[in-house]
Design a protein around this ligand. Structure first.
Ligand SMILES: Nc1ncnc2c1ncn2[C@@H]1O[C@H](COP(=O)(O)OP(=O)(O)OP(=O)(O)O)[C@@H](O)[C@H]1O
Length: 933
C-alpha cells in the first residue's frame, strides 16, 4: 500500500512538472511572437512617423484632412501612427475623435519635437502629452530595466493624481512601470520603488527631494519631460526647485512638452528648459474669448461686508448645483466651510486647501470627483490649489468669492466648469475697489462678462447667525479671526496693486459680516494707512483745500479712481431697491431671473449708467422688452437669485462713465449733483482717516456716549489731559479749515504711541492665548487619562465648557465648584471635578468614588479622615481661640472669598476668557492672532 501511494504521488508530481514546462514553453512562444509583432509594429510606426510627419512650423489644424502619406490633419486617434495597445486603450476610455489642440499637437509630438502648447481649459491637453509619452517609450522598446524614461511635472498633488489616473488608462496595455510622486506620503516608502519606475508623475518639491535623498535615483536616460500648467511651474513660486531639477536632467536627446491654458511667453523662462526649435501651438489665440465657448460668465459688485450674505444666498438658491467656490486663503476656506456647515444650507459642503492633511485632501478630491449619480448638488470651497487642471465632472458653477490675482488665475478658475463639450457658468464677486481695474484687465484679455446683481429678497444677512455661532464656539471664532487677517494680508501682499487696495477694505463691516464684534488692528494695514497720511502731509501747504488737492495730485491714479468709485458706491447705496429695477427689466413679468441678454454695444453702457444712477428717471420707468426676451431665450427662469444688469462690459473702467451718467441725468439732478460736488467732501473724508489712529471703530464711554475717535487715545493710557487736548485741538483746527496738516502732524505722534500700546497689548494677548491653549491641552490630557481608566462619560474637565454634554442646569448651578463635589478625590486632583455627582447625594457619590478608587487612594482617604478626626478634637489652645475663629469664618462666609477654591477660580477664568474672546477686539502680532485680555 505504502509503495502504491508513493508511486501515485511521484506520478502526480511529474504531471505537474510537465504541465508547468508546457505552460512556460507556450509563454515563451507567445512572448517571442509578441516581441516579433511588436518589433514589426515599432519599425512600421517609426517609418510612418518619419515619412508622414508635418513640416516643422506648420499647424496641422489648418488641414482639412490627412494628406496622402501624411498623418498630419488626422481627425481621429485611429488615423494617427499609434501602437495598437494605445489605440485599444484609448478606444476603451471612449476617446475616438481628436480635439483641436490634439489635432495640432499630437502629429508634432509624435515626431519627437518640442512643443509649447496653449489651448482653452478643458480642451484635452492631457492626452497631448500622455499619448506621445507612452508611444515614445514603446517605440524605443523601453523595459523596466531601462530606468526613468519620462517625467511629468505638475504644480499640485491633485493634478498629479488626476494625470496619473489618465496615464494608467492610456498605458494599461503597455508593459511599463509608472509612479506618482507627491508630497504628504512617506518618502521612504516611495524611495524603495522610485528607482524601478519608467514614468514618473510628480510635483516639483517631492521630485527634488528624491533627487537629493534617494540613493541610486537616476535621471540620465530621460527621454521626455512634460510640464503641465507650464506657466505656473515656470513662475517665481517654483523657480528655485525647477532650476535644481533641470540641472539634474539630460539636455541632449530629450524631448520637452509644455502645456497650459495660459502659456508663458518669457524667453528667459524657455531658455531655462533648453528647448530645441519648439513648435508654438496656440490653437485658440484667434478665438473671440480665451475661455470656453459654452461658459457663461458674469460678475457682481459686492461690498466686503455683504460678501458672506451673497455667498450664503447663492448657495441656498443653488442647492442642486455642483459649485466650486474660490477664496483666496486656506484660513478663509476653513472658516467659511466650518461656519456654513454649522448653518446647514441643505447641500453637501466640502473644502480643499493646502493646509489639509494629505489623506483628507485625497478624500475630498475623490468625493467631489465622483460622478454625480444622484444628480444632487454640492459645494467645494477651495483655494487656488483647485484652480488649475482639475477635471471635476459636471461642475455647474464656479463662484469666485474673492478676486483672482490676475487674468490667468481667473481663466483657470472658471475653467473648472464648461469642460470639453459641457456648458457651465461662472460668477465673479468684485469689491467696488477692485471693479474698474479688474474689469479692464479682463476686457483686455477679451473675457466676455455680463454684470449681474443679486435678488435682495434672496439675501438675508447671516452676520447675526454667525455671531451667535461664534459666541458659542471659540474655535470657530479663532477661525473667523484668522480668516479675516489672512484675507487682509493676501490683499495687502498682492502685486497687482491696480486691483488690490488694502486701504480700501472696510474692515469693520467685514468683521461684522463674519460674526465678529470688532475688526482687528493689523500692523501691516496700519502701514498702509500711514502711507496715505504721509502722502497727505507732503501735499499739505497752507489751506486744507490746497493740501487736499496736492495730496490728490501726489496720490496714484488708483486713488483717484477709488474716490470716484466711492462716489459711485454712495450713489448706488442711495439707489431704490434693486428688485424694482430688475422687475422692470424683466419686462413686467415680475420675475428677475434672467442671466443673459442679447443687446450689446454702447447703448448697453448707457443703459448700465441709467441702471446705476439712482436719480435717473429711466430707472423708474420700464426698460425695453429685450431683457425679457433674452431671459426667455436664456432659459434661466429658475435662477431667481441672480438678476441681469448688463452684458459684455468691456470699458466700465473708462473715464467716460461719469460723463455718460451725467448725460442721462435730468437738469435738476445735475444741479443737485453739482452742488454736492462743490462741497469739500474730500477734506472731510481725509480728516476722518487721519483721526482714526486705532482703527475706525466707534468708541463708547461707560454711559454709552459715542466718543471722538481721537478721544480713544486719551482714554487708553496717553494721559487724559494730553489726549483730550489733542482731540480738542484737532477738532478746533479742523473747524477753522486749516486742520489738515495740523491733524496729520499730530497723527504721527499718536501712531507711535498707539503702536507702543498695541505692542504691549499684543504681548498680553499672546500670553493669554498661550494660557488658554495650555488649559485646553490639559483638559485633553485629563480626558484621555479618564478614557484610558475606563471612566464613564460624566466627567467634565475644568474649563471644558458644556461640550461634554452637561445640562445647562448643572453649569448654571456652578457645577464646577459645588461643595458637594469637593470630596477627598477632588481635593487630591484639583483639575478634575466629578460633575455627574452633583446630581446625586454626597453619600452616594462618596460610595461610588470609593468603589472606583484604587487601594492607594483609599489609604490616602483613610489617612485624611483620621486627620479630620484629629482636627475635630480641639486642643486647649484651639478651644481658647475658637470664638475668634468662628467669627472669622462667619466673616469669610459673608464676604465672598477673594481667593476662590481652585475649581471655582478656573471656571471663572474660563468664563472670563470666553467673555473676552467674544467681546474684546483682537490684534495681530507676527502673524499670530491673539485675543486681548
Ligand atoms: N479626444 C477626446 N475625446 C473625448 N473626451 C476627451 C478628449 N480629450 C479630452 N477629453 C476629455 O475632456 C476633459 C478635459 O480634458 P483635459 O483635462 O485634458 O483638459 P485640459 O485642456 O488639460 O484642461 P485644463 O486646462 O483645465 O488643464 C476630460 O474629461 C477628458 O477626458
Amino acid at each position: 500500500m505504502a509503495t502504491q501511494g508513493g508511486v501515485s504521488k511521484r506520478k502526480a508530481r511529474e504531471e505537474k512538472r510537465r504541465a508547468q514546462l508546457k505552460a512556460r514553453n507556450r509563454q515563451q512562444k507567445r512572448e517571442s511572437t509578441k516581441t516579433a509583432q511588436e518589433t514589426r509594429e515599432v519599425s512600421e510606426l517609426c517609418k510612418t512617423i518619419e515619412e508622414g510627419a508635418p513640416a516643422p512650423g506648420s499647424n496641422p489644424l489648418s488641414l482639412e484632412q490627412a494628406a496622402a502619406g501624411s498623418y498630419a490633419g488626422a481627425r481621429t486617434f485611429e488615423e494617427l501612427p499609434l501602437s495598437k495597445y494605445s489605440k485599444a486603450a484609448l478606444k476603451e476610455a471612449g476617446y475616438v475623435n481628436l480635439t483641436a489642440i490634439q489635432r495640432a499637437a499630437l502629429p508634432h509630438a509624435l515626431a519627437g519635437r518640442d512643443i509649447l502648447g496653449a489651448a482653452k481649459t478643458g480642451s484635452g491637453k492631457t492626452l497631448c502629452f500622455l499619448v506621445p509619452l507612452v508611444e515614445k517609450l514603446y517605440r524605443q522598446a523601453w523595459t523596466r530595466l531601462d530606468g526613468l524614461g519620462a517625467l511629468v511635472l505638475t504644480p499640485t498633488r491633485e493634478l498629479a493624481m488626476q494625470i496619473f489616473e489618465e496615464l494608467v488608462k492610456v498605458g494599461k496595455r503597455h508593459d511599463m512601470s509608472a509612479g506618482l510622486l507627491i508630497g504628504g506620503k512617506a518618502v521612504q516608502e516611495e524611495a524603495t520603488r522610485v528607482n524601478a519606475m519608467n514614468i514618473l508623475v510628480a510635483t516639483p518639491g517631492r521630485l527634488l527631494q528624491h533627487m537629493d535623498e534617494t540613493p541610486g535615483f537616476e535621471t540620465h536616460a530621460l527621454q521626455l519631460l512634460v510640464l503641465d500648467e507650464a506657466d505656473r511651474i515656470l513662475d517665481m513660486g517654483f523657480a528655485a526647485t525647477l532650476d535644481a531639477i533641470i540641472a539634474n536632467l539630460p539636455t541632449e536627446g530629450r524631448q520637452t512638452l509644455l502645456f497650459s491654458a495660459t502659456q508663458t511667453k518669457s524667453v528667459r523662462d524657455l531658455a531655462r528648459l533648453s528647448l530645441q526649435q519648439p513648435e508654438y501651438l496656440a490653437v485658440h489665440s484667434e478665438a473671440a474669448a480665451p475661455t470656453p465657448l459654452k461658459l457663461r460668465q458674469a460678475y457682481m459688485v459686492v461690498g466686503l461686508g455683504q460678501k458672506m450674505d451673497v455667498l450664503w444666498g447663492f448657495i441656498k438658491s443653488h442647492l442642486t448645483s455642483k459649485t466650486i467656490v474660490f477664496l483666496s486663503t486656506c484660513k478663509q476656506v476653513r472658516f467659511v466651510y466650518e461656519a456654513f456647515r454649522k448653518l446647514r444650507p441643505g447641500t453637501p459642503l466640502r473644502c480643499l486647501h493646502g493646509a489639509m492633511k494629505q489623506g483628507k485632501r485625497l478624500g475630498v478630491f475623490e468625493a467631489f470627483n465622483a460622478p454625480n449619480a444622484s444628480g444632487g448638488g454640492g459645494v467645494l470651497f477651495a483655494t487656488d490649489i483647485a484652480a488649475r487642471g482639475l477635471d471635476f465632472p459636471d461642475v455647474d458653477w464656479v463662484l469666485q468669492a474673492d478676486c483672482p490675482e490676475d487674468v490667468a488665475a481667473y481663466i483657470h478658475r472658471v475653467g473648472r466648469t464648461a469642460r470639453y463639450t459641457a456648458s457651465g457658468r461662472s460668477l465673479l464677486l468684485l469689491l467696488p475697489s477692485e471693479r474698474d481695474a479688474m474689469l479692464s484687465q479682463l476686457a483686455e484679455a477679451k473675457v466676455p462678462l455680463q454684470q449681474l446683481r443679486h435678488n435682495p429678497h434672496k439675501v438675508t444677512p447671516i452676520g447675526p447667525s454667525l455671531s451667535a455661532l461664534l459666541s458659542k464656539n471659540v474655535e470657530l471664532k479663532a477661525f473667523a479671526q484668522s480668516g479675516l487677517v489672512s484675507y487682509c494680508r493676501s490683499v495687502y501682499l498682492q502685486p497687482n496693486k491696480a486691483v488690490f487696495d488694502a486701504a480700501a477694505l472696510p474692515l469693520e463691516e467685514y468683521a461684522e459680516s463674519l460674526g465678529l464684534l470688532a475688526a482687528p488692528q493689523l500692523k501691516f494695514m496700519r502701514r498702509v494707512g500711514k502711507k496715505v497720511v504721509e502722502e497727505v502731509v507732503v501735499g499739505a501747504s497752507g489751506d486744507a483745500a490746497a493740501a487736499a488737492a496736492a495730496a490728490a495730485g501726489a496720490a496714484s491714479n488708483k486713488q483717484q479712481q477709488l474716490g470716484k468709485r466711492k462716489r459711485q458706491e454712495q450713489q448706488q447705496q442711495q439707489q431704490p431697491p434693486a428688485d424694482d429695477t430688475n422687475g422692470d427689466q424683466a419686462g413686467g413679468g415680475g420675475s428677475s431671473s434672467n442671466l443673459e441678454s442679447e443687446d450689446e454695444g454702447p447703448s448697453q453702457q448707457q443703459q448700465q449708467a441709467a441702471v446705476d444712477d439712482p436719480s435717473s428717471s429711466r430707472n423708474k420707468r420700464k426698460q425695453p422688452d429685450q431683457p425679457a426676451a433674452a431671459a426667455a431665450a436664456a432659459g434661466d427662469a429658475d435662477d431667481d437669485f441672480l438678476t441681469i444688469k448688463q452684458r459684455d462690459v468691456f470699458d466700465v473702467a473708462s473715464d467716460d462713465d461719469e460723463q455718460q451718467q451725467q448725460q442721462l441725468l435730468p437738469p435738476e439732478a445735475l444741479a443737485a449733483a453739482a452742488a454736492a460736488a462743490a462741497k469739500p467732501k474730500k477734506r472731510k473724508k481725509q480728516r476722518i482717516k487721519l483721526g482714526a489712529v486705532s482703527g475706525q471703530r466707534t468708541v463708547f464711554d461707560d454711559e454709552g456716549q459715542q466718543l471722538d475717535p481721537l478721544a480713544l487715545l486719551a482714554t487708553e493710557g496717553f494721559g487724559s489731559g494730553e489726549g483730550t487736548g489733542d482731540a480738542a485741538a484737532a477738532a478746533a483746527a479742523a473747524a477753522d479749515g486749516d486742520g489738515l496738516h495740523v491733524v496729520a502732524g499730530a497723527a504721527g505722534d499718536r501712531f507711535e504711541r498707539a503702536a507702543k500700546l498695541m505692542a504691549a497689548r499684543d504681548r498680553a494677548d499672546k500670553k493669554a492665548l498661550a494660557a488658554l491653549r495650555k488649559q485646553a491641552k490639559l483638559e485633553k490630557k485629563i480626558k484621555r487619562k479618564a478614557a484610558a481608566q475606563g471612566e464613564e462619560a460624566p466627567i467634565a474637565m475644568l474649563g471644558g465648557g458644556s461640550d461634554d454634554g452637561y445640562s445647562s442646569d448643572d453649569d448654571a448651578a456652578g457645577g464646577y465648584s459645588s461643595s458637594d463635589d469637593e470630596g477627598p478625590a477632588a481635593a487630591a486632583e484639583p483639575d478634575v471635578a466629578y460633575l455627574g455627582m452633583a446630581r446625586k447625594s454626597a453619600a452616594a457619590g462618596q460610595q461610588q468614588q470609593q468603589q472606583q478608587q484604587p487601594a492607594k487612594a483609599k489609604q490616602r482617604q483613610k489617612k485624611q479622615q483620621q486627620q479630620q478626626q484629629q482636627q475635630q478634637e480641639p486642643t486647649a489652645e484651639q478651644e481658647a481661640a475658637a470664638p475668634a475663629k468662628a467669627k472669622q469664618q462667619q466673616q469669610q462666609q459673608q464676604q465672598p472669598s477673594k481667593k476662590a477654591p481652585a475649581a471655582a477660580s478656573l471656571a471663572e477664568q474660563e468664563a472670563l476668557a470666553l467673555q473676552l474672546l467674544t467681546s474684546q477686539p483682537w490684534c495681530i502680532t507676527n502673524g499670530a492672532v491673539s485675543t486681548r485680555l
